[in-house]
Design a protein around this ligand. Structure first.
Ligand code: MN
Length: 200
């Protein structure tokens, strides 16, 4: 059988992002939603292996689509958790190389924050806003993801992402996605984002 993905542990307790993100949301989001993506990716790999062995017949295109959807969900959430930290450790402004790069590429932190927030708030339905590093031009760029089924560009590693699916905020903020995005900045773990830039 193929190697399997594993659900990573959260780098903090379920209630540590309160009051901005509740314990209940973190439990459901990590233990149910992220776990489902891990299981879905593993199930797709198993189906492909069984099909190669002649044990079952599959719609290869459909299974690959399932794999893409689920593995991207797994990858995005595996970045999203350490991108955040308790309000005492997270929030504020970035420092170091990351701050320099944001100043250079966005004209200052406040302009970056406004444009990233706008990207997150204007996602249509379920999706993500991401900060990427583009290796070809050596600059930081923004993108939006619809749902989570995207073709990952290996030359653009993800530095920072916000999940704006309803499951990420509805229990706490109801339909007020904008308030969730505004409060989310209080738990951004800038040292994690900076270390991702250093590795990019
Ligand atoms: Mn999610």
């Amino acid at each position: 059988m193929p190697k399997h993905y594993e659900l990573p542990q959260l780098p903090y307790k379920y209630n540590e992002l309160e009051p901005h993100i509740s314990e209940k949301i973190m439990q459901l989001h990590h233990d149910k939603h992220h776990a489902a993506y891990v299981n879905g990716a593993n199930s797709a790999l198993d189906k492909l292996a069984k099909a190669r062995a002649g044990e079952i017949q599959v719609d290869t295109r459909g299974v690959l689509r399932d794999y893409s959807f689920n593995v991207n969900g797994h990858v995005l959430h595996s970045i999203f958790w350490p991108n955040m930290a308790s309000p005492g450790k997270g929030g504020g402004k970035p420092g170091g190389k990351l701050a320099d790069a944001i100043d250079r590429d966005f004209g200052g932190f406040d302009k970056f924050k406004a444009q990233f927030s706008d990207a997150a708030k204007t996602v249509e339905g379920s999706g993500w806003a991401l900060l990427l590093h583009d290796g070809e031009t050596d600059q930081l760029v923004l993108t939006q993801i619809e749902k989570q089924n995207f073709m990952h560009l290996a030359q653009m590693p993800i530095l920072l992402g916000i999940d704006v699916w309803e499951h990420a905020f509805y229990l706490d903020y109801l339909n007020d996605k904008g308030k969730y995005v505004d409060n989310w900045w209080n738990v951004v773990n800038w040292s994690d984002v900076d270390s991702r830039l250093s590795k990019a």
